[in-house]
Design a protein around this ligand. Structure first.
Ligand SMILES: NC(=O)c1ccc[n+]([C@@H]2O[C@H](COP(=O)([O-])OP(=O)(O)OC[C@H]3O[C@@H](n4cnc5c(N)ncnc54)[C@H](O)[C@@H]3O)[C@@H](O)[C@H]2O)c1
Length: 386
């Protein structure tokens, strides 16, 4: 099996998740390439044996370089590819530097704190056509979403009547939760919840080829001040919730339909709910991670309108040792997404249309939508996409 030597920059929540996925590569059965984590970088790595470093070095024997300075990792010729999971204000600087060093990049959303940052990363991609560049988004790898993707590919929906997509959290419902970088505009960005949650919501619709023409957005800042964690209060200026209505074109039928996107950090009762509902003239389908096995499908047969409830099993895009009857979860989706990146690196194309990571062009489209959404909310009008 071919090995790709990876460095991880940003070893917090997501850095550890990806390192753990790499450590259980033997779970997959039909991958021709595997990642080896050889270098790790986080500004919290103040000493070589601090707690943050030890989690990696005690669990991942292949780590050979530990650094607090990402430029040292860039200079390491043994690193062929980088997974970058740092706060949004650093995406531009670090992703551009990864590409200028000629390394493959799996970046994190929103892939630049704002549109100029995203454009700078895309410019760097163009300078390095030999590097594979993708952005993370794991929810399409849930087996039910893979089936839903196959329905889109087959044209099973007919003319699309409406699509609803969203990602809902309630982690910020508690107003006494201390502020962190994800709630601070200078680190998280003007997009707020759209930057955090939006790429997840856009991935399948963009891969389907749906083209948003304009957007009307309503954004809410529900908790505008939080404890600063030091006994005082801190402003919390990022958008908590965003609802967008996009006039969207389906290239399959050429027809327009409303696409409604919800990205909410304050959605009571929702923990990490990613959902997609497509209503068409021939069929409809629904999926939500609230009930992650369930795919609901309605096909118009004999004029009956019956929602079928299909229990999907462990049927991932990339084969694995887990029995088909078992359940699929978040770490499985991360492993599948990592496999999709390596598959594309090895074969030059995704395994299937809906089994690929987000492309740089798809990130650029998401930035167009979110930038237009900011303008729409500010001016109280519908904004066309350029
Ligand atoms: N794909 C997903 O489902 C998902 C989920 C959560 C977050 N994310 C994305 O992942 C990225 C990181 O989020 P997170 O939740 O892991 O955050 P986190 O705060 O847990 O981790 C970020 C890490 O980056 C480190 N860091 C900060 N500045 C650095 C620098 N100059 N050099 C090296 N390291 C530095 C921090 O010390 C921290 O350990 C963000 O882009 C976020 O949007 C993706």
């Amino acid at each position: 099996m071919k090995t790709i030597r990876f460095g991880i920059i940003g070893c917090g929540l997501m850095g550890r998740e990806m390192a753990s996925a790499a450590a259980r590569w033997h779970h997959l059965t039909d991958c021709g390439t595997r990642p080896e984590i050889v270098a790790i970088c986080d500004r919290r790595f103040v000493t070589a044996d601090c707690e943050e470093v030890r989690w990696f070095t005690e669990n991942i024997a292949t780590v050979r370089q530990v650094t607090a300075d990402y430029r040292e990792l860039m200079a390491n010729p043994g690193v062929e590819a980088v997974y970058c999971a740092v706060p949004h204000h650093l995406h531009r600087e670090i992703c551009v530097s990864v590409l200028d060093a000629g390394k493959h990049l799996l970046g994190e959303k929103p892939f630049g704190i704002d549109r100029p940052a995203n454009e700078a990363i895309l410019d760097a991609c163009r300078r390095q056509p030999g590097c594979l560049v993708r952005c993370s988004s794991e929810f399409p790898f849930f087996p039910a979403v893979q089936r839903l993707g196959a329905m889109i590919e087959e044209g099973a929906f007919g003319r699309i009547i409406e699509a609803n997509a969203g990602f809902l959290h309630s982690s910020d419902l508690d107003p006494e939760k201390p502020v962190n970088w994800k709630r601070m505009i200078e680190f998280n960005g003007e997009y707020g919840c759209m930057g955090d949650l939006g790429m997840h919501v856009c991935h399948v619709p963009f891969r389907a080829g749906w083209q948003p023409r304009d957007v009307r957005a309503v954004l809410s800042n529900i908790v505008s001040e939080r404890p600063d964690g030091k006994g005082g209060r801190a402003p919390c200026l990022t958008w908590d919730n965003a609802t967008l209505l996009c006039r969207t074109v389906d290239p399959g039928s050429g027809s327009e339909f409303p696409w409604i996107l919800k990205m909410q950090r304050i959605a009571p009762g929702e923990k990490n709910t990613w959902y997609l509902e497509i209503l068409g003239t021939r069929a409809c389908a629904r999926f939500s991670t609230k009930n992650p096995k369930l795919l609901q499908v309605l096909e118009y047969r004999m004029h009956q309108q019956e929602w079928r409830h299909i229990d999907t099993g462990y049927e991932p895009a990339f084969g694995s040792i887990t029995g088909g009857i078992f359940e699929f979860g978040f770490p499985d989706a991360i492993l599948q997404m990592f496999a999709a990146f390596l598959h594309e690196l090895e074969h030059g194309r995704p395994l299937k249309k809906f089994a690929g990571c987000v492309t740089p062009e798809e990130t650029a489209l998401s930035h167009q939508v979110f930038t237009a959404a900011l303008e729409s909310h500010r001016e109280g009008r519908t904004v066309g996409l350029d």
